[in-house]
Design a protein around this ligand. Sequence first.
Ligand code: ATP
Ligand code: MG
Ligand code: MG
Length: 361
Amino acid sequence: GSVIGILGGGQLGKMLAQAAAKLGFRAHVFAPDDDAPAAHVAAHYVKAAYEDAEALTAFARGVDVLTYEFESIPADSLAVVEDIVPLRPNRRALAATQDRLHERELLAAVYAPVPDWARVDGEAQIEAAFDALGGPAGPQGLFLKTRRQGYDGKGQFRIYSRDDLNEARRWLGGRPAILEQGIAFDFEFSVIAVRGFDGPCVFYDPPRNQHAEGRLAVSRVPAGLSDAEIKTARGIVESLLSELGYYGVLAVEFFADRSEGRVLVNEMAPRVHNTGHWTIEACAISQFENHIRAIAGWPLGATARHSDAEMVNIIGPDIHEWAALVGYNPDRSLHIYGKAHAAPGRKMGHYVDLLPRSQET
Ligand code: ATP
Ligand code: MG
Ligand code: MG
C-alpha cells in the first residue's frame, strides 16, 4: 500500500492518520513533540524539528504524498521536500495562509470581502494604522493581530481607544502585524470545502461556530444561514481553491453581519478544521477521509449530512470529567486526543451529539 506523510502531530494529524488507515494507507507522521496524539496511531513517527532539513528529506523519501495539519511549518522547509514528493495542498497555499498579510493579499486577489484592515510593520506604525482606519467603528474596538503564529486567539490585542495605543505598542514590539476593524457580527460560520483531481469542488454544510476567549467552543449544523449567504460564501471559497490550484480540504472562517447584509472572511486554514469534526459522525465521508482521498487522487466521497450535529470542545482540565460528559447521553460520541498534559486552554478532546436532521441549512 501507499504511504501518506503528515507534517504535524496534533489531533488533526491523529484523525487524518485514522482516515488514511481506514482506506488502506499507512500514515507516517513528522512532528517535533514528545506528546503527539498522532504518534499513537501512526504506522511510523519521526520526532524532529521542522527546520531539520536532513530529517525532513529522509521522511519525504519514505512517503508517496505529503500533507500537513498545521500551518506554521517554515515554508523554506517545504521547499526542500517539494522536489522529492508531491506536497498537497501546495506550498503556495501554506505560504499564503501562514501570514495574515499574504492571506489578505490573496483574499483581495479574489475580491473576497474582509473587515477593513491596515498593515503594521512593528510598534512604530500602530498609530498611523489606527488613524488610517479612523479608530474603532464600534464597541468591539480594533483587533491587532500578529502576522504569524497566532491560533486560539493568541497573538491578538484589542484596542478600544487611543488610550490603549501605548500598551499595544509594548505588547507588539517589533513583530509585524495587521490592525483590523472589529465587526459586530451576528454569528460566525465556516465553509469546509474539498477539491480533488477532477470534478467540481464539494462542500460540507457550513457550521455555526461559537468562540470563548478567542478559542472555538462549539460548532453546530445547521447554521441557520440563508441560501444567499451560503451561495456567496461558497463562491468565495471556490475562487480561492481555483486561484491556489488546491488539492485537499480548505476551511474558511466567516462573520455573518446581517445588519450590513454581508458575509466577511475572517481567516482561512489550508487543512482539515476543528469546526468540521462533526463530519465524522454526521456524514458518510468525513472531512478527514475526503482530505486523504483528495491528496491521493481518489474520487471524493459524499459530503451530505444525515443528521444535525453539535460539537463541543473539551478544554484543559475539563477532560478529567470525560465520564460525566458521556454518562447521561448514550448517543454522545467522545474523542479523547490522549495528550499527557491538560494545561489550561489546551484542546484535549471533543464530543459530538447527533439530532434528527431538520430542514434548515
Ligand atoms: P484560530 O484558532 O481560529 O486559528 P486565531 O488565533 O487565528 O484563531 P482569529 O480567528 O483571527 O484568531 O480570531 C479568533 C476569534 O476572535 C474569531 O473567531 C472571532 O470570534 C474574534 N475576532 C477576530 N477578529 C475579529 C474582528 N475583526 N471582529 C470581531 N471579532 C473578531
Ligand atoms: Mg487562525
Ligand atoms: Mg480563527
